[in-house]
Design a binder for this molecule. Structure first.
Ligand code: TNX
Length: 515
């Protein structure tokens, strides 16, 4: 099948010209090759990112279109909930979808298609196409760490725009950690009065903790009011995005313990909000009062976030303090638990009853699998693809988030010329090559991989500008894998990406220019 190119564009043609044979629009069952005989690739011309799973051009024809809104938009019954179709013919453009949600995807794609429009006498012409599309995965997420560095609400809204641009549907907000507590909780005001702020001197630490150095020298902090977060949730909802809040526990809790020392295992010691990156030894104690504290916090969190998923962390919880704490040891013995992992599992189960009673679902990092957590928990596999495999085999729904491929705090170029990052190396091409499904799964286990998520940990990102630089365009490559776009050569992907960067820029976000 022929494709169109810049050279075959009609210099001008009257409205209605360039009639397309209806037969050319018929649906193809396999992905089509989009290379034109003239060597100008379709993907460079119609820069839709993520690329639709099936796109058929109609004989290189151009048809008149009125981008202002002449397209017919309908929700139809014969398409699945996540499916949509776009048909652009001389009779006009038609967007049909199986639900309001997928109609949004159709809109995003159609807008990008119109970027290819060219002026002709009497209006605009766009390529005649038939697009049949649906995402491969239901969970297409991005995690933003707003604890290590607080990000202004306005920026979070921009992030939602760029997520929507990529037809992704989850924003996971990492709201609490050792270095900062970012969500207003009425019952415990000191969480934000104290826990949201850290002093002037912050000590940097490269990955694996080899190098320590004074990092920034400025007081840092901030938090979201409940109104801020409700605004974020509403903005996300308008774009078909679910916000998943994370309260990371029982480790990564030093900021909360700094605010309320009775939550820790050494209540007489006055801790500050943590001034070093890495993992704190100071974790929550497992007393009844602490369980009640967390439940109260979670009730307020549920009230802000109406979505089905609540993330309770579970990662990197050192057990040193529990092993020497009489109270923790007594609790372990009283419950007949054999180790600290089980104690962590017990604690998580206690506090997560608040979620279950409210019909919400627990999400946790992959360490949770080792703590006898409920099978209904959704597991985020971050330590590697193998952890996703283990979780799927254990019967969990799994979101693949392996640090080796989709941690956007890692370097994307030569560290000697890049801004300071946490270490490692994940260039754009590596993200494009990411395979969501880990090897070695049966079909049934594979079906438990509900999706994938990229992570933006912000130890070395002081604000929006740096986040944009680290996030983009790696997010665009990730979005292709999450959507399940047909894998093209990396060069072809770059061809789609180049014009797409203008859209990112139009949203006011920074990005790392292509090499
Ligand atoms: C591991 S991923 C962490 C984070 C760090 C990140 C840095 C995970 C669950 N924990 O606390 O910010 O590495 O790459």
């Amino acid at each position: 099948m022929e494709s169109w190119s810049a050279d075959t564009r009609p210099p001008s043609h009257p409205k209605g010209a360039g009639r397309v044979a209806a037969a050319a629009l018929c649906r193809q069952s396999s992905f089509v090759s989009l290379s034109s005989s003239l060597g100008v690739r379709m993907s460079e011309q119609i820069a839709i990112v993520p690329a639709p799973r099936e796109l058929v051009t109609a004989d290189g024809q151009w048809v008149s279109a009125d981008p202002a809104g002449d397209a017919v938009r309908t929700v139809v019954e014969n398409l699945g909930d996540t499916e949509y179709r776009i048909d652009v013919t001389p009779d006009g453009a038609r967007l049909s979808a199986g639900s309001e949600e997928s109609l949004r995807y159709a809109e995003q794609t159609y807008k990008q298609l119109l970027d290819a429009a060219t002026e002709v006498e009497g209006g605009l012409a766009v390529p005649a196409v038939h697009i049949a599309d649906a995402p491969r995965f239901g969970w297409r997420g991005m995690m933003l760490d707003v604890s290590r560095h607080f990000m202004p609400k306005e920026f979070v809204l921009q992030v939602l725009d760029v997520i929507a641009l990529h037809r992704m549907n989850v924003l996971h907000l990492h709201l609490t950690d050792d270095q900062g507590w970012r969500v207003q909780i009425d019952a415990y005001p000191k969480l934000t009065e104290v826990g949201a702020w850290r002093p002037e001197t912050m000590v940097g630490k490269m990955s694996h903790g080899q190098t320590e150095f004074e990092y920034d020298g400025t007081r840092h902090g901030g938090f979201y009011t409940k109104d801020d977060l409700r605004e974020i949730v509403a903005y996300a909802d308008e774009r078909g995005i679910t916000v998943v809040p994370e309260i990371d526990l029982p480790g990564h809790m030093q900021a909360a313990i700094a605010a309320y020392p009775e939550l820790g295992n050494n209540p007489d010691q006055q801790l500050g909000v943590r001034q070093v990156w890495g993992i704190s030894e100071d974790v929550l104690n497992v007393n009844d009062q602490t369980v009640e504290f967390v439940k109260t916090v979670l009730r307020e969190v549920l009230d802000i976030f109406p979505g089905p998923y609540i993330h309770l962390g579970g990662d990197e919880c050192p057990d040193g303090q529990w092993r020497v704490s009489e109270a923790a040891q007594a609790r372990q013995a009283e419950l007949g638990l054999s180790d600290a992992g089980q104690l962590q599992g017990w604690f998580t189960e206690q506090v997560s009853s608040v979620l279950t009673e409210d019909g919400r679902r627990l999400v946790g990092w992959d360490e949770m699998v080792e703590t006898d957590c409920p099978k209904s928990a959704v597991i985020m596999a971050w330590r590697g693809p193998d952890r996703g495999e283990v979780a799927a085999k254990a019967g969990h729904d799994v979101v693949m988030a392996p640090n080796q491929s989709v941690y956007f705090d890692y370097y994307q170029g030569d560290p000697s010329t890049e801004p300071l990052a946490i270490g490692h190396f994940t260039p754009l091409e590596k993200v494009y090559d990411f395979e969501v499904i880990p090897p070695g799964l049966t079909a049934e286990e594979e079906a438990r991989i509900v999706g994938t998520q990229c992570q933006v940990w912000t130890e070395y990102m002081e604000g929006p500008e740096r986040v944009g630089y680290m996030l983009l365009p790696r997010l665009s490559a990730f979005a292709e894998r999450a959507w399940g776009s047909p894998k093209t050569s990396y060069d072809e992907f770059l061809g789609r990406l180049r014009p797409h960067l203008a859209r990112v820029e139009a949203l006011g976000l920074t990005y790392r220019p292509l090499d």
